[in-house]
Write a protein of this length. Structure first.
Lengths: 325, 336
């Protein structure tokens, strides 16, 4: 287990430029959600993943489009990284009929089967079980399944039951812990025994790694290794990706419990500027990066405008059936 | 014990379950079956023996004692192309996997805007009378009955067990399948055909009658048939028996149609009255059929956990005699 990944990068700079664009898409999406929530357009609550973008994007860069992923209630990034159309996702947040789930789901429980997103889960740890089950299918289909979950979920029964089950059944699953150091409002160390999350895998005989979750290339390299092992029949891997959320837990939480120095430390390791610098160092042209940034910014602006103009579902026209078939 | 022993009886309830599983595993390669001790050991109630040998470890497998993981995995597998059937050994254990079933499986079809289906079945042994005590004797149906998107099937006979389980496995929705422990050794006529599938959501008038409607499900429906037979022979009371077969969907229509003829309805529930299915059913009957009703009442259990001691447990449970007695008491004088 090492913070430093020595694996050579396995994608071309163009793929990382594309990945950077996806990270920026998530960042701008979350900033838009923050604003739309304050405007009263996003209802209830929402949990923003700004700061954590490198994890889902790095993992999904190692997945094929028909592989499976399960996300959390902080799941906008999971969906966008897996390929969900941002227009449809914003419309869902705004409760519109054009939403990816027709406005029936909302922020915490997005499902997008077309892109392999089996769901996002309002219950902490739900994604772990869902991806384990998707792993049962994936094993027969030559696919893999990735579960995204936070550090808080590693104290749920789901985590221990599913890691054990996935290990004994050699399921092709990536257990991806986004360790952002806080379970809701409480620091991880106050409620979590042991020195790290990755160490828990040892008890299940499962390979694991601690990864710098704010380093796109490191996450991707670790994911590649885990995906390769899973596809080869080597079973599941636990990746503890250390990262940090820029906002509080939810819209009800300004995150004031976090020490200023800690916040500054992590803001200095913001994955977006880091990835940008890496792209430049790898020879990607400034104008190409700027072009992606311009395109993504326009895409989000257009998506917000389209969602605001989209109709709400009409209760009179709604043809909900309790059961399928 | 058996309500239907007699000439021509061939199929044992536990074998009906096994045969339905075998036929559906054979019919559809997406069907997989797993649970604790179900594969190599053949199940603690000797229901699933031979399936592992016949279908192999990819289709039929033993799992850790991890109900949360199993239910979550069944759900995750169901939305990605498999049709899992898994066993939660005792219905009481269904408190553990409730999250995946209630919060995920049951809601998927609706909140996904009908993107995909959740074809899974959870089989469990339920019910009291076996001296298993408070936490191996419950019927979990009513814990789940108020959850839209879940179906709940509860057969009363071997033929019905086979037909309902086949329907449950072919259903595109999550189905809880309840098997009363006191029925496992009951033998009855096999289904009238090779591939009989009993639709979920349709009650069965298992005995037509004119004087009173007795409604129940599972073992209660079997007991009601015995009671109806006694009432006819000993008291001249002609009871109609309705076997609900499923508690969600709940077939209120068939009950209303019956009550319109008999004007009296008794609901027999192995479980407490408060929050039980019987109160909900009679509420629905009152709401829509009050004009047809001369009498409506419930035979249920006390509001305590299931007791252990044989004297206490026997006193606690509804049975054929108690059903017949309450009908006699309620309308015997009027009908005789």
């Amino acid at each position: 287990m090492s913070e430093t990944q020595t694996t050579e990068r396995t994608a071309e700079p163009a793929a990382y430029l594309d990945a950077y664009g996806r990270m920026l898409l998530i960042r701008l999406f979350e900033q838009a959600m923050h604003k739309l929530f304050l405007e009263g357009e996003v209802h209830g609550t929402t949990h923003l993943a700004a700061g954590q973008e490198a994890v889902p994007v790095g993992i999904c860069l190692a997945l094929d489009p028909d592989d499976y992923a399960a996300g959390t209630y902080r799941g906008h990034g999971h969906a966008l990284a897996k390929g969900t159309d941002p227009d449809a996702l914003i419309a869902e947040m705004l409760g519109r009929a054009t939403g990816v789930c027709g406005g029936r789901s909302g922020s915490m429980n997005v499902i997008d089967l077309e892109h392999g997103l089996v769901g996002c889960y309002g219950i902490v740890g739900g994604s772990i079980a869902a991806a384990t089950g998707a792993g049962l299918s994936a094993k027969r289909q030559g696919r893999v399944a990735a579960a995204f979950f936070g550090d808080g979920a590693t104290n749920q029964g789901y985590f221990h039951e599913c890691l054990n089950f996935a290990a004994v059944a050699a399921l092709p699953v990536l257990f991806v812990c986004e360790n952002n150091l806080y379970g809701e409002f409480t620091p991880m160390a106050a409620v979590t025994a042991g020195v790290d999350i990755a160490g828990r895998a040892k008890a299940y005989g499962m390979p694991a790694a601690v990864v710098d979750g704010n380093d796109l290339h490191a996450v991707h390299a670790a994911a590649n290794e885990a995906v390769e092992r899973a596809r080869a029949g080597g079973g599941p891997t636990l990746l503890e990706c250390r990262t940090y959320r820029h906002y509080g837990h939810s819209k009800a939480d300004p995150g004031k419990y976090r020490p200023k120095a800690e916040v500054e430390h992590w803001l200095a390791r913001d994955p977006l500027p880091r990835t940008r610098e890496r792209l430049l160092a790898d020879g990607v042209a400034e104008e190409d990066i700027a072009g992606v940034e311009r395109r993504i910014t326009e895409q989000i602006d257009r998506a917000v405008a389209a969602a605001k103009a989209a109709p709400y579902p009409d209760p009179v026209d709604e043809r909900a059936t309790e059961f399928a078939g | 014990m058996s309500a239907t022993n007699g000439a021509g009886d061939r199929l044992e309830f536990r074998h009906a379950i096994r045969d339905a599983l075998a036929e559906e595993l054979e019919r559809d390669e997406r069907v997989v079956f797993f649970g604790e001790d179900v594969a190599a050991p053949g199940g603690v109630f000797a229901v699933t023996g031979g399936l592992f040998e016949r279908f192999g470890p990819d289709r039929v497998f033993d799992t850790p004692i991890s109900e949360m993981a199993l239910a979550g995995a069944a759900y995750g597998a169901a939305v990605t192309g498999l049709r899992p059937v898994f066993e939660v050994m005792f219905g009481d254990f269904m408190a553990l996997p409730m999250d995946s079933l209630v919060n995920q499986a049951a809601k998927f079809w609706y909140i996904s805007n009908e993107q995909g289906t959740v074809p899974l079945v959870v089989r469990s042994a339920v019910g009291a009378g076996g001296r298993f005590g408070a936490i191996h004797s419950q019927i979990h149906a009513t814990w789940f009955q108020g959850v839209p998107g879940l179906k709940i099937a509860f057969p009363s006979s071997p033929a019905e067990a086979k037909g309902l389980l086949k329907a449950a496995i072919r259903d595109d929705n999550p189905v809880l399948f309840l098997e009363h422990k006191r029925l496992y050794s009951v033998k009855g006529p096999p289904p009238a055909g090779d591939d009989v599938v009993i639709p979920l959501g349709e009650a069965n008038v298992s005995r037509p009658g004119a004087d009173v409607t007795i409604v129940s499900v599972g073992k209660g429906a079997a007991d009601a048939l015995v009671a109806a037979s006694q009432l006819a022979d000993e008291d001249g009371i002609d009871a109609e028996v309705i076997d609900l077969r499923t508690l969600r969907p709940l077939d209120v229509e068939t009950v209303l149609e019956s009550v319109a003829r008999t004007n009296r309805v008794l609901a027999v529930e192995e479980g407490p009255r408060t929050g039980g299915w019987a109160t909900g059913l009679l509420g629905a009957v009152a709401e829509r059929g009050l004009h047809d009703l001369d009498d409506a009442w419930i035979l249920a259990t006390d509001e305590t956990p299931v007791p252990y001691s044989p004297t206490l447990e026997d006193d606690f449970l509804p049975d054929a005699k108690k059903i017949a007695d309450t009908v006699r008491e309620r309308l015997g004088a009027a009908v005789r």
